[in-house]
Design a protein around this ligand. Structure first.
Ligand SMILES: Nc1ncnc2c1ncn2[C@@H]1O[C@H](COP(=O)(O)OP(=O)(O)O)[C@@H](O)[C@H]1O
Ligand SMILES: Cc1cn([C@H]2C[C@H](O)[C@@H](COP(=O)(O)O)O2)c(=O)[nH]c1=O
Length: 216
């Protein structure tokens, strides 16, 4: 049975790499997929991984009907054995419904890749809809690490290395940014809650949270 699978994880945990690997393994067996992406760091119509691999993709604009695109593609004689979607968190909820329809009505596997939560730990609308509709949710095997060594579970947005909690939900950017710029850092929940990034961790360590004192 074809499936809608949501591969999720923090930033920098290998989602795009896995998307490219799945596409590569299938094309090595003669299968041809349609690849969608939205707002990849490498530019419009690209699916890129930090390992240096990049492939062309269809830019899924906000107004695009992904189901209609597939029907049109197939009607014109195009091949579509499966569908890969990167940066799926940026899709609108209705576009996730269209992905589910591609699975159910066109009998194609759809592999969607994305982060679940934003820099404020809130679900992206597209990711929320994927969690609601996916047949399967897969956590990436390669876990990103917080600066403290714990498993990173949350995405922080930084400016000059300091975590910020105000701003638009969507700001395309990268981890390992240069100082001063808007960037991202993956953190464990404890350090996300305390807003302690790698740059501010030293100052934070000098003033640890104190336990509340209850009068005896
Ligand atoms: N120089 C490198 N050598 C080995 N692995 C690397 C290197 N640079 C990045 N990576 C791997 O690539 C992962 C990021 O891959 P990517 O597909 O771009 O992540 P995502 O799409 O989840 O943001 C890192 O977690 C790391 O495992
Ligand atoms: C947390 C967060 C991230 N983004 C952006 C930053 C990147 O362009 C992508 C994630 O890409 P990756 O391949 O998973 O590294 O999402 C954003 O716009 N808003 C956020 O809160």
């Amino acid at each position: 049975m074809p499936e809608l699978v949501f591969f999720s994880g923090t930033m920098d945990c290998g989602k795009s790499t896995l998307a490219l690997q799945i596409g590569h393994n299938r094309s090595a067996r003669g299968l041809q997929g349609v690849i969608f992406t939205r707002d990849d760091r490498a530019g419009e119509g690209k699916l890129s991984s930090r390992l240096g691999l990049v492939t062309d993709a269809v830019e899924a604009d906000e107004d695009m009907d992904l189901y209609a695109y597939l029907v049109d593609h197939i009607t014109r004689g195009g091949r579509a054995d499966h569908v890969i979607v990167d940066e799926a968190q940026f899709l609108a909820p209705r576009q996730i419904d269209q992905l589910a329809r591609i699975v159910d009505d066109l009998n194609l596997d759809v592999f969607a890749f994305g982060i679940t939560t934003d820099f404020r730990t809130k679900l992206f609308p597209g990711s929320q809809r994927l969690i609601e509709l996916a047949d399967r949710i897969e956590a990436l095997q390669v876990e990103a690490m917080c600066w403290c060594g714990a498993r990173a579970t949350h995405n922080a947005r930084t400016v000059g290395g300091r975590m910020v909690v105000e701003g638009a939900q969507v700001v395309v950017g990268d981890v390992h940014h240069s100082t001063g710029d808007v960037g991202y850092e993956v953190l464990c929940r404890r350090h996300h809650r305390r807003r302690m990034t790698s740059a501010t961790s030293h100052a934070g360590a000098l003033s640890p949270d104190v336990l509340p004192v209850t009068p005896g």
